[in-house]
Design a protein around this ligand. Sequence first.
Ligand SMILES: [Zn+2]
Ligand SMILES: [Zn+2]
Length: 204
Amino acid sequence: MPKRDKYADNKRLADRIERTGRPVDAPCDYCRHRSKLCIMSTNARSKKCSTCARRGHKCGHQFTTDQEWDNLGRDEVKAACDLAEAQHSFIQYAQSIQEVIARIVRLQKHQQFLRERGGRMLEHDIAVLERLEEEDPLSTEDVRELERLADEHDAAQIAALPGNNPALIPMTMNSPSFWAGFDLNMGGAIDPSSGSLSTSSHSR
Ligand SMILES: [Zn+2]
Ligand SMILES: [Zn+2]
């Protein structure tokens, strides 16, 4: 009786499993730890993967440990909290920007109102002045004094430097349409009156 080659048995089995089987979604412990493709036969009742068959290992599946599940759960909670916190920061930031934009729009409207009122007052006073000058023309002495005062004014204007230089603000920012174009509303998601965002589990 010829001596049985048990090594050949391992090889034959493994080759057969490899040929007829397919990789399984949940690899055995040996394959999982070594990141190997775990190939099992689809029709054999005894489940042993090709790798374990070739190497003569026991082919086993162990449940994920409680520790691994606990770690996952802890990581999931932390990730959810961190995300909620970042989203809250974003909402607060966007709300404060919206408030600034609303203030800018209000101030631009007020500025426009003052500009128009100033124009009407100027028109009125120029008309009055012209009427007075017609009724009572300026004397040579008056004209000389006005010239002197105007020169004084021009000199003072050259000396004065503007404190808050409006030229530093980009021209586009002075256009009301620039601000009207801002849409941070995100479909009403940051409407402070809705309160729908304060229901997050991660409130402090
Ligand atoms: Zn395996
Ligand atoms: Zn195995």
